[in-house]
Ligand binder design. Structure first.
Ligand code: FCA
Length: 327
């Protein structure tokens, strides 16, 4: 009995200490597109990490530059000691760093790398990101494999590549995808690119529509884009232009953003998605920041998260579950 009391007392003290620490240390997590499950997953795993290590995560949506700078001010006013950020625009890098510095906040970038006034990557800012070229190459290879499985004739097939080249990670993914297709034997002259105005379904849909009208003779389409929403927009464009699902193969990137589409009762042209590790991005970036702020441990400047699994209608539930991402 005495022992039990002691255990309970110790647990209470630990609990109170944990709460005190959680109340003390606050870290921000700012994301450009909170509507994407990708970023919701990063947030969820950052918060989980905060609960385990004893700090509070302040989540803020920062879709533009003004909101980003205001968010940094509000973090400082709330006593936060630093933040992780996926910036809405890489060119904001210098402004974000100047403001953070003036307020004494530490910064870890996630997913999208900052660029300086000369458009060069700001390699001095710690960064956690996916292996963009590799995941892009994988997209190209998987598209080729599925095209072969369907027995499509090369001469009747076109590639719709929806690009966002001003974002380095996006450019590397779509370039990787197109290179892999060419390396496999896909004719370069049948690969068509079109830039999207915004990184969401409506933007990609517009881009896809403008590309389709220029190539009326193509019978089958492979759809490339830097993430699920871009590819979904492209696939929606093929549907609007009368292409049946079996004439279209779209493979996205992010995986978690494809769950609604893959859950549809009937197959669409969106064949599948490459699921990297948003959980690892969220956990790693916030842990690097925590170690820096709480323990004075300087983070490494670059962490590349590799490996992605292809999820399709057949396996997405099991694969998401394996990663602890529900589904
Ligand atoms: C970029 C994209 C996101 C996600 C992330 C890893 O920020 O916009 O959808 O793919 O990289």
């Amino acid at each position: 009995m005495k022992l039990l009391k002691k255990v309970i007392a110790a647990a209470l003290v630990a609990g109170i200490a944990g709460q005190a620490l959680a109340a003390d240390l606050k870290l921000g997590y700012l994301v450009k597109q909170p509507e994407e499950p990708w970023f919701q997953t990063e947030w969820a795993f950052a918060e989980k990490t905060g609960k385990e290590l004893g700090f509070e995560v302040i989540k803020i949506a920062t879709p533009d530059g003004e909101k980003t700078l205001a968010a940094i001010d509000s973090l400082a006013a709330n006593g936060a000691k630093g933040f992780v950020i996926c910036t809405p625009d890489p060119k904001l890098g210098p402004a974000i760093m100047a403001k953070a510095k003036s307020l004494g906040l530490k910064v870890v970038a996630v997913d999208d790398q900052f660029v300086n006034a000369k458009s060069a990557p700001m390699t001095e800012v710690p960064l956690v990101m996916m292996a963009a070229s590799k995941v892009g190459e994988r997209q190209g290879k998987e598209l080729w494999t599925e095209m072969k499985r369907r027995g499509w004739k090369l001469e009747e097939t076109g590639v719709m590549a929806i690009t966002a080249n001003e974002l380095d990670t996006a450019r590397r993914r779509t370039d990787g995808s197109m290179s892999a297709l060419k390396a496999a034997g896909f004719p370069a002259k049948q690969i068509f690119t079109v830039p999207t105005k915004s990184n969401d379904i409506p933007g990609a849909l517009d881009a896809g529509n403008s590309l389709l009208v220029q190539h009326p003779n193509v019978k089958n389409w492979l759809v490339i884009g830097m993430n699920d929403n871009t590819v979904l927009g492209g696939v929606r464009a093929t549907e609007g232009n009368g292409f049946k699902p079996e004439k279209v193969i779209g493979i996205g990137i992010n995986g978690v953003d494809a769950v609604t589409e893959l859950s549809k009762s009937k197959a669409t042209g969106f064949y599948g998605s490459l699921l990297p590790s948003p959980d690892v991005h969220g956990r790693t970036s916030i842990t690097m920041l925590y170690d820096w702020v709480a323990k004075g441990k300087e983070p490494v400047k670059f962490v590349e998260v590799t490996d992605a699994v292809l999820i399709t209608r057949d396996n997405f539930k099991a694969e998401l579950k394996k990663k602890g991402l529900g589904g």
